[in-house]
Design a protein around this ligand. Structure first.
Ligand SMILES: [Zn+2]
Ligand SMILES: [Zn+2]
Length: 251
């Protein structure tokens, strides 16, 4: 059974700092292999709590260098490879992150391979899974959206951290299941994140069968993501869910 397990749903700095939501990453479980996406702070702890064995990780993908997406990468590489005694795991990461010592240089040889994420490029993982990157998103840091080809034939898309830009919908139009990082409830000038108004704009141009909102900052938590998701579902006639820590969906 293949599933997506959202270990954490925290986005904004305050929500991460006070762990109002967990800031652990997302796991795509294919048969008994694990793909870890954006291992933020607490990922190792939450993998253990969910009884997901770290040595079963086949690939780690880091969409961009920010700590809420990469803080546990070092400790996960060390755990996965038993301190380098077993060469395991493939890492997909931006060149910018590598240049800023993510992961630490001494850990890099522990991995089977490291691939740079580039715009609109396809990467093959184990078990017949592949994923594609989108064009560069608008987030200040080098960052890409991701589209996974799942064995079921479904395409699982992740709109990772970004501000709205003209043409964003085009990048994710093939997604059957669309995960959207929506940090802000209202727009805050200069903050390169999506707000609810942006999500509405995106959803007016796309028809995925399931939308999952996640990566919440404080203004989103105050506005009650579950209520917002319900209202959006009604407005757009789509199935829209607000993510919670530990939420699992089948793909
Ligand atoms: Zn983030
Ligand atoms: Zn970010």
């Amino acid at each position: 059974m293949n599933e997506v397990i959202f270990l954490g749903t925290a986005g904004g700095r305050y929500v991460v700092a006070y762990q109002l939501r967990s800031s652990a990453g997302t796991v795509i479980k294919v048969e008994d292999e694990l793909i870890v996406l954006d291992p933020g702070p607490g990922t190792l702890v939450h993998l253990a709590k969910k009884k997901l064995q770290v040595r079963k990780i086949s690939s780690i993908i880091v969409s961009h260098k920010h700590l809420d997406h990469s803080a546990d990468l070092n400790v996960i590489i060390d755990a996965l490879t038993e301190g380098g005694f077993k060469k395991r795991g493939s890492l997909f990461i931006t060149e910018e992150a590598i240049n800023e010592c993510i992961p630490l240089p001494y850990l890099r040889d522990f991995l089977k391979n490291i691939d740079f994420l580039k715009p609109r490029t396809e990467y093959t993982l184990e078990k017949g899974i592949s994923f594609k990157t989108t064009r560069l998103l608008n987030h200040g840091a080098e960052n890409y959206g991701l589209l996974f080809n799942m064995p079921s034939g479904k395409i699982l898309g992740f709109i990772t951290d970004t501000a709205y830009f003209e043409g964003i919908e085009e990048e994710f139009k093939t997604a059957n299941i669309l995960v959207i990082n929506v940090v802000r409830y209202t727009r805050l000038k200069g903050v390169l994140h999506l707000c609810i108004e942006d999500v509405k704009k995106i959803l007016s141009k796309l028809r995925p069968e399931l939308v999952i909102l996640t990566h919440f900052g404080m203004s989103m938590l105050r506005a009650n993501p579950f209520k917002l998701a319900k209202e959006l579902s009604k407005e757009f006639g789509l199935e829209i869910k607000a993510c919670y820590d530990g939420m699992t969906i089948r793909v």
